[in-house]
Design a protein around this ligand. Structure first.
Ligand code: HAM
Length: 436
């Protein structure tokens, strides 16, 4: 008989219970924070219309699609991101959707990319998006939520606590967009320029200029673009572009709002941040860990006020972010900050033979009604093995029920984990909650 492949598909993960504990821990924080900011959870199907991701500007995501034709000859794809589905859902609701809408989701996404540290072909991505608000107040709120997540999972972000362990590198595409308009570059050509310059880190200045030439930007204009990308900080930006540059104006306003959230110290204005998705129109940002050696973005976001329009609807201001589950776990693991999470088992009930199963089940049900997590050990094995396994699983109590106990109407309660043996007899009909 042929042996099946035991590894999961390349670039995808299996989640054993111990992995699932960490995933639930992280997603719990994602959900708690989003809800505390008044965002409502939504989702879409992992299978989407492929055309939603096929963009003319040459986005890398289009080339990484897991797409195929279904049996009805529809061109479909496993979603590489949730944002286009969100735009589709917003468009489908039309005017009946009360705006602003604040929505969040934790979708699983698929991208056929090179697997490397922090990058796989499948990942989960916490998304928070604000629909229908043109003010950068939305960006500030979203960044504050991300900062709160970083704080909750144990990263140093508070002012006065020394060098922050995470920073937000923020830019605004309108800075460049406005400057390029003066050079006659706008619309689709601007989107193409953004996709080219997003690759600068990988392909260097020469490579970027060559790519820019391919989309019709000559050497001189290309060099002007690169100079602008080297600008760091609001002051340098103010010196580099006219005071009425809308990107500069928006970044100024954003910094003031971020100060009111108490997170301005985490933000670096950095014009080299462009983001690889062509739909962004305004603020763009990426979150980086400074502690440890992981140097890729742990989250990215931006404003995309025209995505619904490019999909054939009317424009709706939208802004949001995606925060992957893999990069943050990578950072926390390296810093030794991942929590040690137990199985969360309170008690094991041990019927000594099959004759006691029914009594054990009723007893376990009473414990569960008290809110305790209880396993009944039906293995009828040696007592030593029962105790060993219950302790391994982190249970605090073992309840032993044999024929004599049933006759006496009690269970023997053994307190686990201590150095001395402690045993009590508890009534089967009305077990008391043990004191912790
Ligand atoms: P993105 O920058 O492509 O943006 O992805 C956001 C985050 O998802 C990344 O910073 C990273 O944490 C995680 N991520 C992406 N690809 C992978 C991968 N192959 N393996 C592991 N993690 C990955 C977006 O997707 C936008 N749709 C975000 C957004 C929402 N913009 C507005 N709203």
């Amino acid at each position: 008989m042929a042996i099946i492949e035991l590894q999961s598909v390349k670039g995808t993960r299996d989640f054993y219970p111990e992995d699932m504990r960490l995933r639930s821990w992280l997603f719990g924080h994602f959900r708690d924070i989003a809800r505390s900011f008044g965002y409502e959870e939504y989702d879409a199907c992992v299978l989407e219309h492929a055309e939603l991701y096929i963009r003319k500007a040459g986005d890398e995501i289009t080339r990484q699609l897991y797409d195929f034709r279904d049996k009805g000859d529809r061109h479909v794809a496993l979603r590489p991101e949730l944002t286009p589905s969100l735009a589709r859902m917003v468009m489908a609701k039309g005017a009946s959707l009360p705006l602003p809408a604040r929505w969040f989701a934790i979708p699983q996404c698929f991208r056929y990319e090179e697997t490397q540290r922090g990058r796989k072909r499948e990942h989960f991505q916490w998304n928070m998006d604000c629909v229908g608000l043109a003010s950068v107040a939305a960006e500030a709120e979203l960044m504050a939520a991300q900062a709160e997540l970083c704080r909750r999972v144990g990263l140093k972000v508070d002012a006065g606590a020394g060098e922050p362990e995470v920073v937000w590198r923020v830019s605004n595409r309108q800075v460049l967009g406005h400057a390029l308009e003066q050079l006659g570059i706008r619309g689709e050509q601007f989107a193409q320029v953004c996709v080219c310059i997003d690759k600068r880190d990988k392909i260097g200045d020469e490579g970027t200029l060559a790519e820019l030439a391919k989309v019709g930007v000559d050497g001189e204009r290309g060099a002007a673009i690169l100079r602008l990308l080297d600008v760091r900080g609001l002051d340098a930006l103010a010196a580099a572009v006219p005071a009425d540059n809308p990107g500069l104006v928006a970044l100024r306003e954003l910094m003031e709002l971020l100060a009111s959230w108490g997170i301005a110290h985490l933000v670096r204005i950095d014009l080299s941040v462009i983001r690889g998705l062509s739909y962004y129109t305004g603020t763009v940002w990426e979150v980086f860990a400074q502690a440890g050696t992981f140097r890729r973005a742990i989250a990215g976001g931006g404003r995309y006020d025209r995505l619904t329009e490019t999909l054939g609807g009317s424009p709706v201001p939208m802004v949001g972010f995606g925060f992957g589950d893999i990069p943050i776990a990578e950072v926390l693991a390296e810093l030794g900050r991942l929590p040690a999470l137990g199985r969360g088992l309170d008690a094991v009930v041990f019927p000594m033979s099959a004759k006691e199963f029914a009594v054990a089940n009723r007893f376990a049900a009473r414990l569960r009604a008290q809110g305790r997590t209880v396993v009944v050990d039906y293995a009828c094995r040696r007592f030593k093995n029962v105790i060993e396994r219950a302790e391994q699983d982190g249970a605090g109590r073992l309840y032993i029920i044999g024929g004599n106990e049933v006759k006496a109407g009690v269970a023997v309660e053994r307190v686990l984990g201590g150095s001395e043996r402690v045993e009590n007899r508890v009534p089967l009909e009305a077990p008391a909650q043990p004191s912790p």
